[in-house]
Design a protein around this ligand. Sequence first.
Ligand SMILES: [Mg+2]
Length: 403
Amino acid sequence: MKITAIETFLMHAGAPPARTIATNPTPESGNVWNARNWLFLRIQTDAGITGIGECSGWPRVIETAVKDLTPLLIGQDPTHIERIWQRMMSAMMGHGVLGTVGSGAMTGIDMALWDIKGKALETPVWNLLGGQVRDRIRVYGHAGAPERALDLVSRGFTAIKTGGLSDTVERVDAIRAAVGPDVDLMVDMHGPPWMTTKDAILLGRALEPYNLLFYEDPVAPENRDGLRRVQDAVQIPIAAGERLSTIWGERELIEQELVDVIQPDTGRTGGITQMRKIAAMAEAHFITVAPHSGSLGPVAEYAALHLMAAIPNALILERVEDDVPVRQQVILPAPKVVDGHIEVPNRPGLGVDIDEAIVAAHPSMGNLSIPGHPDDGAYAEGTWSEHVYFQSRARNARRFGGG
Ligand SMILES: [Mg+2]
């Protein structure tokens, strides 16, 4: 079997164009979803078997990288996945390999190769990875208010993440009071570059009474010393890793045990080949795996289901429930959350395909936006919101017992 072609499918997967910051750069449009695009690809072979993959780290740029890599792959046997991965990495050494673009392109190609191999052998990808440890994957949803959290719980979710720097403790307090003690809660600070280590520690300590499953990206991922200090000072499991790629990008977090939960992104960290190696590195350090999938599309989510079925240290999968409608429309079949879990697919390969007509109906637009909630300027342009935790530290201390 030989690879004959690679097709790419780029689509817009965000809010209406009027809110896209690339064409309307106002603070009001500062929602990362507005400029979100997804990039899928399909690898064709001379055996008639095709493989689907996703690489959505920086999709419009990665599409160019995939096209650059394609001539290297034409004529290759798609079943020799590791060899092809090394071939791609070697070819990109001059461009740098660990960044979003190179590893993102390798991610989609690698994912499609696993899909082809599974289809050729008529077995699911999880079987190629060692077989099943579990047949369904626990997922968590996102809530910014108690009402949303209760809605998710009423639909079976048993774990909920909240985030943001505005009134974080108040929000967690309200959500915990609403959902009770039996639902797992997580807090994501998104590691803004200006977050000081001491404030991340103070906030983490204020969150300790809420029995969190993890405290995510309390400081910027580049701040490794800070992460060590937070890890030592705060009695909540620490999670990080979504903005890093490959075993070399995640290595320091794992080897130095800066995290309790590693969060490689299934859609941009170098593919299933890298994800399973990262999981094994984490296993050796008693670190669990909770793949990031917040901004990514549904094919990467499928890849995460296969990986998590097969690794012993899978903790929980991020799930963008109630995403834009195209999330459910573009994927065939769309996964469903039942009792807080998604069933592991049993079809050969990844067991998924995309609806190309839906892709075509949603042409790419925008490319970048300022992250953050529309009414929360905390992440925007290096500025601090007036509601940021440490600017209201005295008030929080009075409320939560610190002074
Ligand atoms: Mg995150």
